[in-house]
Design a protein around this ligand. Sequence first.
Ligand SMILES: *Cc1c(COP(=O)(O)O)cnc(C)c1O
Length: 393
Amino acid sequence: MLQNAPHRPAGRHFLQIPGPTNVPDPVLRAIDNPTIDHRGPDFGRLGLRLLDNLRQVFRTAGPVVIYPASGTGAWEAALVNTLSPGDTVLMCRTGWFATLWKDMAERLGLQPIFLDTDWRRGADVPALAAALAADTGHRIKAVCVVHNETSTGCTSRIDEVRAAMDAAKHPALLMVDTISSLASIDYRHDEWGVDVTVAGSQKGLMLPPGLSFNAVSQKALQAAETARLPRSYWDWRPMLAANGTGFFPYTPATNLLYGLDAALTLLLEEGLENVFARHSRHAEATRRAVRAWGLEIQCADPRHYSSSLTAVRLPDGHSSNALRAVILEKFNMSLGNGLGPLNDRVFRIGHLGDFSDLMLVGTLGGVEMGLALAGVPHRAGGVQAALNYLAGV
Ligand SMILES: *Cc1c(COP(=O)(O)O)cnc(C)c1O
């Protein structure tokens, strides 16, 4: 409910930020069921089914841990389960989320090496390879990369990161944040040799906020045996012990797990390949609209274009926050703001999760009208360019 609106605007709110995303009706219906005893037999069956289906989405045969927490909690879990005070970690400054993860690593007593980018592309793999090659003493204990940098709309090539680590024969763990890519962009935990994959519920998984995940490799489990950072709530070991029979060591977010069960069913029924193709098609249609408007896409390297969101730069002297405010007021649509140094410079169109051609057309229509109302210099025809692409004409 909009608290400051004199009355409820007719029609649905367009939640086109890059997470939280629109929650599909079958997921909402599933959440709206009575909470059950989380130590009873029905719960165990639900837990086992969930944990099994989750592995398919992460593309892993190994365990996936579920926390009642936002994605930030799963970042912390990845670090505290595997590392010790003073450990060096190699991180890639792809944007705002990578910066927040680095800040957390510092607060936990780790020593990050932070490889810069201009926030217009994914992780700099040659720089990463050079840092690994220089580390002959293997001081670096983990390489941490954000797969899809939600602040910029740039997707890093995890396969190339893995290849660089292999080429350097470096034993560091590989940790990847997939909070805004899992179930939207192709991702392979096992095939890419990832040790900890971090994910959250409120983006590609189409759930409300409140769950987050760690997919864990055997190598990461071994590291957990000797890691010395303090951990309690986030400790994988009691989780995995209870998960063996579908239960949890403390009260799980039962109703969100009902939703997760329904969301996984939707994703697996559609087929992950089809889900990825749908996202990449909507991303391409969005980029065609942006180019037709004569505006610039924040991601400058087409190999790193994100299928989850598109960040759009405004011409100098124009405020993306003013544009977003007009669009919210006139068309009841929320768009993502610019984060950190990109505040007021870009706006972000989320096109991930439960999203269709007509929802995209409505979204782009709201942006095109908003550009006109906010006085942002642009050409008409962005929506038409997207229509032509979507219709295949
Ligand atoms: C949303 C997001 C986060 C933060 O997750 P929270 O659920 O807000 O804690 C971290 N990393 C990326 C890439 C994100 O998109």
